[in-house]
Write a new protein. Structure first.
Length: 254
């Protein structure tokens, strides 16, 4: 978790408080006070807010301020359709939250003074503004990557013993795997799923370093028998797999 400080006037932010993040305004009366002041917080993660009013809309802002005298829930759909930030977020309090959720399922920064845990029935809360007063507010931010998106995990290459004629492994729900091997070692990959009623979709990318190509196949496993994806080229030297559905799948290179 991280601590975020915000203030209508950046000069109200004290140096005595420990924080990793700073939220300020691009629009409204506070927007004029913040203009030219962002550089006063080197090394901090900066979060920009569009509260409506003078200078709005600012669709590049990280946060849309939904509360009385700012934006209202009925403004959300249009604003979000133009938003360009990595993870456009709504700031609102507990009273406005139900109306926000009627039109927006994305991340919410919740104003709830005195509250440090996500209240029951509240979903996709990236942080809570839990302390106000003294010219500034403090929030606890639960999401380690907000206002940016989480990085895509890089699969760790799975080594295959030299000379192996077959290799079998499993792919976890939502998991990724990268399996490099000696060029031409395998001719096919077989996918196996304990099929019940729903097909399991797997993204398979076939690689060749020599020719610099990737062949991507979106394959739906629809039976409980091994399903073969044959390599169409002889210079294949690796495969990447990504599970699109939430179930374990087995795969065999042969």
């Amino acid at each position: 978790m991280r601590t975020q400080i915000d203030a209508a006037n950046p000069r109200s932010i004290p140096t005595s408080v420990q924080f990793e993040m700073v939220a300020g305004y691009l629009t409204g009366t506070p927007g004029a006070l913040w203009r030219g002041q962002w550089s006063q917080f080197p090394g901090k993660t900066l979060v920009t807010i569009d509260q409506g009013g003078a200078g709005s809309p600012q669709y590049q802002a990280n946060v849309m301020d939904v509360e009385p005298d700012c934006y209202r829930p009925e403004d959300i759909a249009n604003w979000m359709s133009h938003a360009t930030a990595p993870r456009p977020t709504i700031y609102c309090d507990r009273d406005d939250y139900p109306d926000v959720r009627k039109v927006f399922s994305g991340p919410v920064w919740l104003a709830a003074p005195g509250v440090t845990d996500i209240p029951a029935g509240f979903a996709n809360i990236i942080g809570i503004q839990s302390m106000t007063g003294g010219g500034f507010d403090l929030s606890v931010i639960f999401d380690d990557y907000w206002p940016n998106t989480a990085p895509t995990p890089v699969p760790v290459p799975i080594p295959i013993p030299e000379g192996a004629e077959m290799y079998t492994a499993t792919l976890t729900p939502g998991g990724k795997a990268f399996v490099p091997f000696k060029q031409g070692s395998f001719k096919s990959i077989y996918l196996l799923h304990d099929f019940t009623t729903d097909a399991l979709v797997v993204r398979v990318a076939v690689h060749s370093a020599e020719r610099g190509y990737n062949q991507v196949v979106m394959h739906a496993v629809t039976t409980s028998s091994p399903e073969e994806i044959a390599f169409t080229e002889s210079d294949v030297d690796g495969v990447s797999l990504s599970s699109v559905a939430g179930d374990i799948i087995g795969f065999t290179l042969a």
